[in-house]
Design a protein around this ligand. Structure first.
Ligand SMILES: [Zn+2]
Length: 71
């Protein structure tokens, strides 16, 4: 599986929250995410116009950390 950094690299840092949740089988909420762009952009994973997650808040990082430890 891997870390958020690996997923970001895979999708060239253009990935939406929904696709991150699918990658990690996680349940990130908007509050777990940092959206670096003020408008929706093309997600490289689902190819739709979505808000791109550029970073995670601590709560989001912890959620993914626990997910990746289970794998
Ligand atoms: Zn997406």
């Amino acid at each position: 599986m891997g870390s958020f950094a690996n997923v970001k690299r895979k999708y060239e840092s253009m990935i939406c929250r929904r696709c991150i949740n699918e990658e990690f089988s996680a349940a990130l909420t908007p509050n777990d995410c940092i959206y670096g762009y003020p408008f929706p952009m093309n997600c490289n994973c689902c190819k739709e116009m979505r808000n791109i997650v550029t970073n995670l808040r601590l709560s989001g990082k912890i959620k993914l950390l626990f997910k990746s430890m289970k794998d």
